[in-house]
Ligand binder design. Sequence first.
Ligand code: ZN
Length: 188
Amino acid sequence: MTRKLRMRRKLQPDYFTTFVEQRLPRVWGEDLAVQPYGTRVTAAIRPVLERWMRRKRKPLTFRLTQILTGHGCFGDYLCRTAQREPTSECHDCGAAVDSAQHTLEVCPRWAVLRQGLTSVVGGDLSLPSVITAMLGDDESWKAMVSFCETVMSQKEADERMREEAADVASIRGRRMGVRRRRYLMRLL
Ligand SMILES: [Zn+2]
């Protein structure tokens, strides 16, 4: 299985539900500081865990899960964990660190979409506040799902284009290498 497929499987909502609803209560006593991508969502859900587990008609989607957990097409994750990018920077605005929270709350590229989101969930886009709003009413849950769907599908498409461009450059580089070797052979 490729690393990408493994990542996708790991990010499936079922996996996340199992993590939050079964494993999470057991890890309260563990040192959360050593779990760089679990800490944020753990801290946000912990105070409302019972409501989270009792929620109904509020399904998790793949892309909502990415924003909640930080596992996904974020420079920080792609660099530090997936090791597919050389830096953590944001390709959209040049910020030094592109994280899930940067995408949700800060990155200017998503400003218009963000306005639509804050008009429903309120102006505080810290994860605890967003999760509280999502648990509070269906409209907030749907608004967050919609924001995540649009933003993450675009970030994924951008990542695919970067990967394809890198592949083309690598093939060109190899071809150039062959040509250069042939040229040098002729000089000998
Ligand atoms: Zn950005």
